[in-house]
Design a binder for this molecule. Structure first.
Ligand SMILES: Nc1ncnc2c1ncn2[C@@H]1O[C@H](COP(=O)(O)OP(=O)(O)OP(=O)(O)O)[C@@H](O)[C@H]1O
Ligand SMILES: [Mg+2]
Length: 222
């Protein structure tokens, strides 16, 4: 099983500078396949930093990150890019979509990047857009969407390659309760024996629906 193990993960931004920030301090955690996790904590406690490290967008200053037999913290940038493209779906706090292309083209990007044929990618995009209730928006430019529609597009793009690690930073932040509910249902339905879903959230009701809640305070798991 490709479980995740973090040992002594520390992240210092701008180390040695007078304005350095210790965002994570010796985080030990394990994430098991087939489970969902909510990371909760006050603003600035280190949730996004933790997700960024898990997603390979950033590296820890100290500590080890293993995922199955992979050592994510010491992996070459080239391999890390490949692991990210094929195995990790990341829903960023600010969506990270390309504004001037359509919903469909945004969803196709990770498939093309992972080397899939456009025709196959398109079939898969149509599937996820249907699942998220935004197939009707497929050809609309992202800049013309509402916040909630962008959020769903970001989710569609993150899950299109069927990643086995799904990271979602405040996935229900911009949504009303009905849509938040739908999104959570979709995200949690992606948990299977080979996958792990981890969300960072302020929303206690959303966190309760995950199998586990990790609380983080000043960069430490409490
Ligand atoms: N790129 C960066 N450079 C320097 N400091 C940073 C950077 N990103 C985050 N920080 C700092 O690290 C600490 C943790 O930030 P982080 O974004 O992980 O918090 P968070 O728990 O996600 O907060 P929020 O709930 O507001 O999203 C904060 O003090 C923040 O100011
Ligand atoms: Mg954050």
């Amino acid at each position: 099983m490709n479980n995740i193990k973090l040992s002594g993960i520390t992240k210092v931004y701008d180390p040695g500078k007078p304005y350095e920030v210790v965002a994570l301090q010796g985080v030990d955690a394990e994430f098991e396949c087939g489970h969902s996790y909510a990371v909760m904590g006050a603003s600035g406690s280190g949730k996004s930093t933790l997700l960024n490290i898990l997603g390979g967008l950033d590296r820890p200053t100290k500590g080890t990150y293993s995922w199955g037999s992979l050592r994510m913290d010491t992996m070459t940038p080239k391999l890390l890019t490949r692991v990210r493209a094929n195995n990790i779906g990341f829903i960023l706090q600010d969506y990270g979509l390309i504004d001037y292309i359509s919903v469909l083209e945004n969803c196709l990007a990770p498939c093309i990047f992972a080397g899939k044929k456009r025709s196959l990618a398109k079939r898969e995009a149509v599937n996820v857009l249907e699942m998220l209730g935004i197939i009707g928006l497929a050809n609309r430019e992202v800049k013309k969407l509402s916040g909630g529609q962008k959020q769903r597009t970001a989710i569609a793009r993150a899950i299109i390659n069927r990643p086995n690690l799904i990271l979602a930073d405040e996935p229900t932040g911009a949504l009303d309760s009905k849509n938040a509910d739908m999104i959570l249902q979709v995200l949690l339905s992606l948990v299977n024996e080979r996958s792990i879903v981890i969300l960072a959230t302020h929303d206690a009701a959303a966190a309760q629906r995950c199998n586990h809640i990790l609380r983080i305070k000043d960069g430490k798991i409490i």
